[in-house]
Design a protein around this ligand. Structure first.
Ligand code: NDP
Length: 275
């Protein structure tokens, strides 16, 4: 089994640096995908209420027989449930679908700033944290001004900000802001959903190391201290994406990947996305 390094979150909780994402995996296919991931050695699983596959994820977790304390399960609050009471209810619905009694990490999925409700949801997440229903709380797709507003509430600083991040969209300013506040940046679509894997610069580095383009891109993330959650439903790729701890990219190789920045956002913009 490949040992996966952990990152220490701002409240001392240890989170695996590499996890498994299940976005766009139909519920009835999710059990098989998560089962393959757990068999390969992943222990951190990233789902969300909106993915519609918390049940399939939970079934795989239960059937695995892996002790709950060895798993790290993340889910996310959808935009429709922003607000204090609705957040508490949505959390209970998520853990029920997952068949769990607590989550390791609960994230506000998008700020949806025009609704002006994410601060109310944050207060609810703080209650869930205080009540021991979740071990760490964070946000996703929050721009620095959204995060600053939560910090200004004077309570808990988000442990994690999960944002779209890959060589074509590096979000350097947002990552620096997160780091300055002790917030770990977690990369969603770390492989740009495959869009950066055919790049000649990636391919050349992969050949040099006898690795695949996906492994090179994941190394680029990991060597910068980020958490990654690549998704695949293909068992060989699931294993390949975990086998990234036996080689190291050189500084000039990291720089070559840095030069692939092209504002290549694949998902919506957080300032304007309201679901
Ligand atoms: P990824 O960047 O992880 O790419 C997934 C795609 O790449 C799939 O098409 C997969 O194909 C393919 N792929 C995976 N591994 C390899 C490989 N080794 N070689 C070649 N192709 C490969 O994209 P996601 O958008 O899924 O992001 C990952 C996770 O991030 C999500 O599953 C979700 O958990 C999270 N996320 C969060 C969001 C948010 O708003 N917070 C938004 C989007 C994602 P196949 O499956 O066919 O093997």
């Amino acid at each position: 089994m490949i040992p996966i390094p952990t990152v220490t979150l701002n409240n001392g909780v240890e989170m695996p640096q590499l996890g498994f994402g299940v976005f766009q995996v139909p519920n009835d296919e999710t059990t098989a995908a998560v089962t393959a991931a757990l068999a390969a050695g992943y222990r951190s699983i990233d789902t969300a209420a909106i993915y519609g596959n918390e049940e399939g994820t939970g079934r795989a977790l239960a059937e695995s027989g892996i002790p709950r304390g060895e798993l790290f399960v993340t889910s996310k609050l959808w935009i429709d449930d922003l607000g204090y009471e609705s957040t508490l209810a949505a959390f209970e619905a998520s853990v029920a679908r997952l068949g769990l009694d607590y989550l390791d990490l609960y994230l506000i999925h998008w700020p949806a700033p025009e609704t002006d409700k994410y601060a109310d949801s944050w207060l609810a997440l703080e209650k869930l944290l205080a009540d021991g229903r979740v071990r760490a709380i964070g946000v996703s797709n929050f721009l620095p001004d959204h995060v600053q507003r939560l910090i200004d509430l004077g309570g808990t600083v988000p442990a994690v900000n999960q944002v779209e991040l890959h060589p074509a969209l590096q979000q350097r300013d947002a990552e620096a802001f997160n780091a300055a506040h002790g917030i770990i940046t977690e990369a969603w679509s770390p492989l740009a959903q495959g869009a950066v894997l055919g790049d000649p610069a990636v391919a050349a580095i992969a050949v040099r190391h006898g690795r695949t383009p996906a492994q090179v891109v994941l190394r680029w993330h990991l060597q910068q201290g980020r958490i990654v959650i690549p998704k695949s439903v293909t068992p060989a790729r699931i294993r390949e994406n975990l086998d990234v701890f036996g080689f190291t990219l050189l500084d000039e190789e990291l720089a070559a990947l840095d030069s692939l920045e092209r504002e290549g956002r694949t998902g919506p913009h957080p300032a304007s996305f309201h679901g």
